[in-house]
Design a protein around this ligand. Structure first.
Ligand code: GMT
Length: 383
């Protein structure tokens, strides 16, 4: 800790849809608000985990004003966010804007800072803002500028910090602050009646949670499951939605596992399903962190994942699950079968996952690091 006071008024920019960066931004914003600071979310929609929050300490939410005009063939989200953020900074005396995801949030935050000439900007990089979208030539210069000019930059894994330096050739300091999980909410659910809603007692329950983008390789999930179910009774729950869902659906039919594969869509009660499950699959081709895997670990669920990106910083091979080479469906199926056939191994991996969630990735450990980074950013000091 620096001993520098933490700013009291913080604006937060994040994507509102079901995605890891919005989840982290919301959970952090809620905890910062509970610590007595004033937190102002600014966005075009209420972040999905903020919806329904009650209580005096809940954060404020400011809807970005949109304006459509016939001359414009595209909306200008960055300008609209910067404009609403400017109003919030001036009206509420915000000291710091925390931009989650470089595009368009860090850019919009810097724009509002230039207009108001007050407040600091801290940017947290989450993954695809660097590895996919930001690396696109169409956004390269603006993303690099946002990263270089933010007053402080954090990344959710060492892998992502390294990628950022590599992709953009930036030399500035990037502080690594891992994601965290609410270990009180993401717990084992030992209720046979609730489990019976999803699987028979003799069936293994396998789960995948994502936004079904190509990077998630959801077809690998179905292929791994098809091999598993050819050897033991099991069910697969696919949670989330996105462009690759129809392909996964089609593949499940082709492989003859449709009857055992359930697409639950954007199922709101993710923690209950994870809490009931026996195995979590994450075969992504790139994953800066893998928040869904951490949520599974918190529920004592062993993880089988591809060894990609920052996943090894979360899932310890042979300790909290197993890592396989990218795209190696057979290796992932072998690992899944090994876990499902050996209850003692499954229990040990699950317990180690829970331990990691309670120690390395607990909010009590991670949130003070953000508060400390806020204080240093406002004080203008580097880490
Ligand atoms: O995974 C996604 O496509 C969503 C994306 C997001 O920004 O919402 O997730 C990224 O941020 C999460 C929270 O920090 C990380 O846990 C995910 O690993 C990361 N996704 C990728 O790197 C693909």
């Amino acid at each position: 800790m620096t001993g520098t006071p933490t700013p009291q008024k913080i604006a937060v920019l994040c994507h509102a849809g079901a995605g890891g960066s919005g989840v982290v931004a919301t959970e952090l914003g809620l905890l910062v608000a509970q610590s007595g600071r004033e937190v102002h979310f600014v966005g075009s929609a209420v972040p999905f985990r903020l919806a329904g929050q009650r209580g005096a300490s809940r954060p404020f939410y400011h809807q970005v004003s949109a304006f459509a005009y016939a001359l414009f063939d595209q909306p200008f989200p960055e300008l609209a966010i910067a404009n609403t953020l400017t109003e919030v900074i001036l009206e509420h005396g915000v000291d710091l804007t925390h931009a989650h995801y470089a595009i368009p949030h860090a850019t919009a935050a810097l724009h509002a800072q230039a207009i108001t000439r007050r407040g600091r900007v801290m940017t947290t990089l989450h993954g695809t803002d660097v590895t996919l979208v930001g690396a696109e030539p169409a956004f390269r210069h603006t993303t690099r500028h946002a990263i270089e000019r933010s007053d402080h930059v954090t990344a959710v894994s060492h892998f992502l910090a390294e990628q950022t330096r590599e992709v953009f050739g930036v030399e500035r300091e990037i502080e690594v602050i891992h994601n965290f999980v609410d270990a009180d909410r993401f717990v084992r659910v030992a209720d046979p009646e609730v489990r019976a809603r999803f699987a028979d007692p003799d069936e293994a329950l396998i789960v995948h949670v994502s936004n079904f983008r190509p990077v998630k390789r959801v077809e690998d999930v179905v292929r791994v499951f098809a091999r598993v179910v050819s050897e033991l009774p099991a069910r697969l729950l696919m949670i989330g939605d996105g462009p690759e869902r129809p392909r996964a659906f089609e593949l499940a039919a082709q492989l003859g596992v449709s009857g055992r594969t359930h697409f639950l869509g954007s199922f709101p009660d993710v923690q209950t399903v994870l809490g009931l499950s026996d195995l979590f699959l994450l075969p992504s081709s790139n994953e800066s962190f893998g928040l869904a895997a951490l949520e599974a670990m918190s529920c004592e669920v062993p993880v089988v994942a591809a060894r990609a990106g920052g996943v090894p910083e979360v899932v310890e091979d042979g300790v909290t699950g197993f890592l396989a080479p990218l795209g190696d469906v057979d290796a992932m199926a072998d690992a899944a079968l090994r876990i499902l056939r050996d209850p003692a191994l499954a229990r040990a991996l699950g317990a180690a996952g829970r331990h990691a969630a309670l120690t390395r990735f607990h909010p009590d450990r991670i949130v003070p690091r953000y508060l400390d980074a806020y204080a240093r950013t406002v004080a203008g000091a580097s880490a």
